[in-house]
Design a protein. Structure first.
Length: 216
């Protein structure tokens, strides 16, 4: 058995372990307060800022992306996203009063926003940081558990992403799993509540097909 096959087997095993951990923890995360979520967002913001130079170096090694482009297209959009969520999250989480239908007169009606549960983020190689962290900010702010599957073509960037994620979250809330096709296939067989994917139409069709089996 080759080293690549051994790594893939480990990744598949890791998928089962982390999915089980997050399934058990999802309701604890769902009931977290705005204060808890904002604190994690602030920690993310500080860590991203402190790892800027490492991200520059990593993305240059992975696919020769210049520093200025990394700042403009990868880091700054994520920092902006975090700031917007930190500012508005408390008000976004509050129930919203709405008119009660005539047939239900005498009652009170509200819209109550709830987490979806377990989310999968599949990132692309060309925006390996922004298109992982932007959806992550939304998912965490909404009180979800998240598994991140980054592109296997950006190993240096993935290393920094893992470093940042593991400094803020436990595996039973947010975790990153690396691997190739068999890992992705095994992940997509899991009954996630939401999948965020960026990539080609061909792969997108396969993900949509897999998601439909679990009504994801």
């Amino acid at each position: 058995m080759s080293n690549m096959e051994t790594e893939e087997m480990r990744s598949v095993s890791e998928v089962d372990k982390i999915f089980s951990l997050q399934t058990k923890n999802r309701w604890n995360v769902a009931h977290s307060t705005a204060k808890d979520r904002i604190r994690k967002l602030l920690e993310l913001q500080k860590l991203i800022t402190s790892h800027t130079s490492e991200l520059h170096e990593a993305m240059w090694k992975d696919f020769r992306k210049p520093e200025q482009e990394v700042d403009l297209t990868e880091i700054m959009p994520v920092i902006h996203e975090i700031k917007v969520f930190r500012k508005n999250l408390k008000s976004w989480m509050r129930p919203v009063k709405v008119p009660t239908p005539p047939l239900l007169m005498g009652g009170n009606s509200r819209i109550i926003y709830e987490p979806k549960g377990l989310c999968l983020i599949i990132g692309p190689w060309n925006y390996p940081f922004m298109l992982v962290f932007a959806p992550l900010v939304s998912a965490v702010s909404a009180g979800n558990c998240v598994i991140i599957k980054p592109s296997e073509y950006t190993p240096h960037t993935n290393s920094i992403i893992r470093k940042i994620i593991s400094a803020v979250f436990s595996d039973n809330e947010v975790a990153m799993i690396e691997g190739a096709v068999s890992t992705s296939t095994h992940l997509l067989a899991k009954p996630f509540d939401h999948i965020f994917f960026t990539g080609s139409t061909v792969v997108g069709k396969k993900i949509m097909e897999a998601a439909s089996k679990n009504l994801t």
